[in-house]
Design a protein around this ligand. Structure first.
Ligand code: ACO
Length: 188
């Protein structure tokens, strides 16, 4: 990689949330609903939702949440989580596990390939790998959806960040083409 740049991290609040919208609009083909931004701000969790700053400018962001996902039947406890997960709304009878779900990770194009994405993601992985937190929260893996056509995104996660490519979810997205997603996951 060409030179890595230094970054600082900072939380996402009502006052700077507009910057998150700008980053997401620039970096993703989908439009995130107002509720997405509201939830990020209301979470008040700068360990899971944060900006990357370089020389005082916001150049990237990561947003994650902890959620329960269904464990597929026939699962041996070490296998895949169902994709129809939701935060809440799960049948009490069904086995679930806790995952850290990465909603968005984006770096402005001019700053890509300089280690910023890796630092943002690693900072969250370090946080959830903390032994005390792991015991308290019981988070077992990290997962995300990525559009099947996003080869760069898939490579970043699988080649460099130790994620495994899981199943393809057909028609995961409703307004972009192709609408299909891969699930990427990493056990903690
Ligand atoms: N192909 C291959 N390797 C790559 C690529 C790529 N396109 N991009 C980065 N890498 C490698 C780098 O070479 C580096 O490897 P090294 O440490 O051996 O030198 C490593 O991955 C880390 O790269 P960074 O520079 O930290 O990555 P960057 O800051 O460019 O951020 C990101 C990567 C976030 C994927 C960025 O390209 C981006 O914002 N893309 C648009 C949004 C997106 O696709 N987000 C991810 C999918 S959606 C989601 O996460 C929920």
């Amino acid at each position: 990689m060409s030179k890595e740049i230094e970054v600082d991290f900072g939380g996402i609040t009502n006052d700077n949330c507009q910057q998150l919208k700008l980053i997401n609009t620039t970096c993703f083909p989908i439009t995130y609903a107002p509720g997405f931004y509201k939830d990020v701000v209301q979470a008040k969790n700068s360990d899971l939702n944060k900006f990357a700053y370089h020389n005082g400018y916001i150049i990237g962001a990561i947003c994650c949440r902890v959620q329960d996902v269904k464990v597929l039947s026939g699962d041996n406890g070490d296998a895949d989580a169902a994709v129809s997960s939701a935060s809440g709304n799960l049948d009490e009878e069904e086995a679930t596990k806790k995952v850290l779900y990465i909603m968005t990770l984006a770096v402005l194009p001019a700053y890509r390939g300089r280690g910023v994405g890796k630092k943002l993601l690693q900072s969250v992985l370090d946080h959830v790998n903390d032994a005390d937190l792991k015991e308290k929260e019981g988070i077992q893996e990290v997962m995300l959806h990525v559009q099947v056509s996003n080869e760069d995104g898939v490579k970043f996660y699988t080649d460099k960040m130790g994620f495994e490519k899981g199943e393809k979810v057909n028609d995961y997205y409703t307004r972009i083409d192709p609408p299909h997603a891969f699930i990427l996951r990493k056990k903690l």
